[in-house]
Design a protein around this ligand. Structure first.
Ligand SMILES: NC(=O)c1ccc[n+]([C@@H]2O[C@H](COP(=O)([O-])OP(=O)(O)OC[C@H]3O[C@@H](n4cnc5c(N)ncnc54)[C@H](OP(=O)(O)O)[C@@H]3O)[C@@H](O)[C@H]2O)c1
Length: 272
């Protein structure tokens, strides 16, 4: 496979974060980045940076050997239907498709575009926008180590990358793909409470965010597992003890586990 030109279909939040990461690290030259969005104005920012806008899917498919599918899962059936005849004349090994969509399986892609083509699935998250994302990647067995490394390197421009088997990629959505939402929800609730108690919202947000960052550092670097770290903050009869008691009483663990399962179930439903 020749990885000279990289095409992005759907220039929304995620594609913008990935392209932004690539450009900020100079990993790929802008003149090797092609884009197609059905609303062309969404590409203008990257046109200004030297990337190439395509006026049709056909133009992108013809020029690119790696095609990132960055549209919403609901749009996949239509885009794949249009893409199939446009890549039909390419040899199976000549084009690698990278899908970042929740729920769209290798089987969906293989049925639509061909069983023996090269496929990678990625599950990124929105902190990619700051180069601090977390992306899980899976590949079909025919993707070579070199080709896969190149895709890993692209996502590494925007943060941390880990490989997972495809059967785990829906479970990972609860861990990293959708998890910014429940962390933001915790931040919002803590700030709401602080405000009710007369505190300045910005001060509360600063304190909460520093606590999230510091806690993440503790989890990564203290050598201690999460339960040990919880125990270290929790003296019997103390304030954290009271906080955790209420969480337990209100079924926090069960609620979170049920929400993770709902996330995975929804990904399965988004499959074509
Ligand atoms: N957002 C997240 O946190 C997150 C995390 C992990 C994975 N993902 C996955 O990333 C994918 C993209 O998500 P996103 O948040 O970046 O969505 P988004 O911001 O809506 O971006 C999708 C873009 O595709 C464009 N588009 C729609 N139909 C098109 C078509 N037929 N041809 C070309 N372009 C088309 C949309 O344009 P218009 O809006 O103008 O229609 C939009 O600019 C999804 O599959 C999602 O599952 C997202």
């Amino acid at each position: 496979m020749k990885n000279s030109n990289f095409g992005f279909i759907g220039i929304g939040n995620m594609a913008s974060a990935i392209i932004g990461g690539i450009l900020s690290t100079n990993f790929i030259k802008p003149e090797n980045i092609y884009m197609y969005n059905h609303h062309p104005e969404k590409m203008q920012h990257f046109v200004d940076a030297g990337c190439i806008p395509c006026t049709s899917l056909g133009e992108l498919a013809e020029t690119c050997s790696t095609i990132f599918l960055c549209i919403k899962p609901q749009v996949f059936p239509d885009v794949l239907l249009k893409l199939q005849p446009l890549v039909a004349n390419k040899k199976a090994n000549d084009v690698l498709f990278v899908s970042i969509a929740a729920g769209i399986t290798f089987q969906n892609l293989q049925s639509a575009l061909g069983a023996d083509r090269l496929y990678v699935r990625a599950m990124p998250n929105t902190p990619l926008l700051l180069g601090k994302g977390a992306t899980s990647l899976s590949r079909t067995s025919n993707v070579s180590s070199d080709d896969f490394k190149q895709i890993c390197d692209i996502f590494s421009c925007c943060g941390l990358v880990r490989e997972v088997p495809e059967e785990q990629i829906n479970a990972v959505i609860a861990v990293s793909g959708s998890s910014p939402a429940y962390l933001y929800l915790l931040a919002k609730l803590a700030c709401d409470y602080a405000e009710q108690r007369g505190m300045d919202r910005k001060t509360a947000l600063d304190l909460f965010c520093q606590t999230m960052t510091g806690s993440a550092e503790m989890l990564l670097n203290s050598g201690k597992d999460p339960q040990t770290l919880i125990d270290m903050v929790t003296s019997k009869g103390g304030t954290t003890f009271a906080l955790l008691g209420v969480l337990r009483e209100h079924g926090f663990d069960e609620t979170m586990l049920a929400s993770f399962a709902a996330c995975e179930q929804r990904a399965k439903e988004l499959s074509m």
